[in-house]
Design a protein around this ligand. Structure first.
Ligand SMILES: [Fe+2]
Ligand SMILES: [Fe+2]
Length: 389
């Protein structure tokens, strides 16, 4: 049974009908995740070839967990990546007081300082900020002020940052000149739907910040026409897509719909999903945010990767090491002093219960993902291998 009520989301600042009663019971907090399982073993027979075998998820038309449907694949044993990048999302930097997300600005500053100091991993070639860099929940003026604060906090970042528009950069106003204007003024009018190439890998940055309601509007149609052309023009080139709103449900759908509490638990963009299916052979992954929990699943061979972001619990970001034939993906937790259980939006204190689903039987695993969602490798099809030179 579900008791419906109107709620103003504590962090998204929009009203929707939500349910008080979760569909799944729960909760085992603070149980540490085990270290990642041993994914790869050296090939004892052909060890001199410096290649190794690993288990990877098989391609499927269904959305499947990445720890199932495995098949053996041979990958190189190269230890030095061609390049690295970092995904930040959902930082929710805010100038308003009191802050909706405890310590959000301090965490953002920590991200910049720890990246520059190579605390979590070597300094990357670039950062992709996959939306909700700012909170912007207090009207037009707060959009401007929060963007200025984000720029101030990240001004000494020692690598380039590629921005993606989130619903908090424009108050759900995808393409609206007034609501999205502060973002354009900060990052450039051309930094909404755009592409860039790094090391032979094409990054396709998509503004779906208004989804699902924008999908049927002109702005959504223009966005998808643009994407269709990009995908058709680059069908022989490996690529990664980045969009703030996830395209697929990244937890059991009926549970996620309730625990997130808003229709944007997925983009509901069947047209975009059909395009991704059509060009799945060249699309390695779709990177998103918005949901404020950490997950990775696979659909028709394409990984959908959603770190929680740092503003809310479990406060994760992701690193990517790109090799010629694979990409290693790792989720990173912030140091304990920056992890804030009170900012969990899928359990206490927002709800009376901590949500779980079938594959994530503890709330800890529901929020952080299972070990294989936190440390895994994307294997590139041979036709999509990158050049070492
Ligand atoms: Fe967010
Ligand atoms: Fe968001």
């Amino acid at each position: 049974m579900c008791f419906k009520r109107e709620e103003t989301h504590p962090v998204l600042d929009i009203k929707e009908t939500v349910c008080d009663t979760p569909s799944t019971k729960v909760s085992e907090r603070n149980r540490p995740l085990r270290n990642k399982p041993n994914l790869a073993t050296r090939n004892a027979v052909t060890g001199l070839t410096r290649r190794r075998f690993m288990q990877v998820a098989a391609a499927s038309t269904a959305t499947i967990p990445i720890d199932s449907a495995t098949e053996a694949t041979e990958v190189s044993a190269d230890e030095t990546p061609l390049f690295r990048f970092i995904q930040w999302n959902d930082l929710h930097v805010e100038t308003f007081t009191p802050k909706d997300y405890e310590l959000a600005n301090k965490k953002a500053r920590y991200l910049v300082e720890s990246l520059n100091a190579a605390d979590h991993c070597p300094v990357p070639d670039f950062v992709i900020a996959v939306g909700d860099m700012i909170h912007g929940a207090h009207g037009q003026e707060s959009l401007v002020a929060d963007l200025e604060e984000f720029i101030a906090l990240s001004s000494d970042l020692t690598c380039p940052l590629y921005p993606v528009v989130g619903n908090h950069e424009n108050i759900q106003g995808e393409g609206n000149p007034t609501k999205e204007g502060p973002y354009w003024n900060t990052f450039g009018r051309d930094r909404t739907n755009y592409t860039f190439d790094h090391g032979g890998l094409l990054f396709v940055i998509i503004n779906n910040s208004g989804a699902p309601s924008s999908n049927q509007k002109e702005v959504g149609k223009i966005r998808n026409r643009w994407l269709a052309k990009v995908l058709a023009d680059s069908k022989d080139k490996p690529k990664i897509l980045c969009c703030h709103i996830p395209l697929v449900p990244i937890r059991e759908e009926s549970v996620l719909k309730e625990s997130f509490g808003f229709s944007s638990y997925r983009a509901h963009d069947e047209e975009m999903l059909a395009m991704i299916d059509e060009y799945a052979e060249s699309i390695l992954a779709v990177l998103s945010g918005h949901i404020h929990l950490t997950a990775a699943i696979k659909r028709k061979g394409v990984y959908h990767i959603v770190p929680s972001g740092t503003a809310s619990y479990p406060c994760d970001f992701a690193s990517y090491e790109v090799f010629a034939d694979r990409i290693r993906v790792r989720m990173h937790s912030l140091p304990e002093k920056w992890v804030t259980p009170s900012t969990d939006i899928h359990g206490h204190p927002r709800y009376k219960t901590d949500y779980t689903d079938t594959r994530h039987p503890t709330h800890e695993s529901y929020m952080k993902g299972n070990p294989l969602e936190r440390d895994f490798e994307i294997i590139l099809p041979p036709a999509m291998h990158l050049s070492n030179g």
